[in-house]
Write a protein that binds this ligand. Structure first.
Ligand code: B1M
Length: 210
């Protein structure tokens, strides 16, 4: 049986080789990729966050854990999809200006891609005007904004405002997400939808293009 606790512990210990080996063993035992992600890896990143907050882990260690997480996500990627194709719709996704967190945003992009959407993952620290430029250039139907910091949430509102000012608001659905973001915040800033995790983000995006 998959040892999710060992996976969590290895991630918190930044032991990349061990966590990868545990992920591979779990897959060999036919453990669902979503269980490995949620019960082993995301649980580990939550502990990393707590340790970071209490001063028991420092930025270089958090980065090492994040890199280990990224390698595991790459292993799980082909297995996380819903196996659907041709959901239609072009999506732009990025983390808002001032914010460098990308693991969750990349997971959302991955789930949408595997649901058959065309996803342009434009990175982190993206200014409002860059989102506008990309929506225009890619003729996107959906734009997804990610923020992990309470201090960068106001940048989501600035991005929504920039989209309104550009005249593109009626052409694009705006979705928001990230740990501190809520449905109430989404409503308050005039976004079209909030998703708490990658799976629900993918479902919501599909509902917008159907
Ligand atoms: Co940062 N960090 N960090 N960090 N970091 C948090 C977010 C924090 C909660 C840790 C803590 O103190 N407990 C805290 C924020 C506190 C707050 O604002 N309330 C924090 C802080 C303070 C900081 C710095 C300011 C620290 C410092 O420098 N003093 C700094 C800021 C840098 C910056 O961005 N300008 C910083 C830096 C970093 C690292 C660079 C070291 C690293 C990021 C590496 C990387 O991303 N490549 C890092 C990390 C790893 C974290 C934690 C530990 C883990 C984040 C993560 O990847 N989670 C995090 C603590 C935590 O979240 N528990 C923390 C796993 C990921 C799968 O979940 O990103 O939530 P998540 O994504 C989910 C959902 O939120 C949702 O779906 C995803 C999958 O289910 N989702 C969306 C995400 N985006 C979406 C977009 C959508 C829809 C859904 O669009 C529609």
């Amino acid at each position: 049986m998959a040892d999710f606790n060992a996976m969590t512990e290895a991630l918190v210990a930044c032991d990349t080789d061990k966590v990868i080996s545990l992920v591979n063993s779990a897959l060999a035992e036919n453990t669902p990729a979503t269980d490995i992600l949620n019960k082993g890896l995301i649980a580990g990143m939550d502990i990393v966050g707590e340790k970071m907050e209490s001063g028991d882990m420092f930025i270089p260690e958090v980065l090492m854990a994040a890199q280990a997480m990224g390698q595991c996500v790459a292993i799980l990627k082909p297995l996380l999809g819903e196996g659907e194709t041709d959901a239609g719709g072009t999506v732009i996704i990025g983390t808002v200006k001032g914010d460098l967190h990308d693991i969750g945003k990349n997971l959302v992009a991955m789930m949408m891609e595997s649901a058959g959407m065309t996803v342009h993952n434009i990175g982190v620290d993206i200014a409002p005007e860059e989102f506008v430029k990309q929506i225009n250039e890619k003729n996107a139907k959906i734009v997804c904004l990610s923020a992990l910091l309470t201090t960068t949430m106001p940048m989501m509102k600035k991005t929504v405002d920039a989209i309104v000012e550009s005249g593109l608001r009626d052409k694009v659905k705006i979705m928001v997400g990230g740990a501190p973001v809520t449905q109430a915040f989404s409503d308050e800033i005039g976004a079209d939808g909030f998703a708490p995790d990658a799976g629900s983000a993918s479902k919501l995006a599909k509902s917008f293009v159907k």
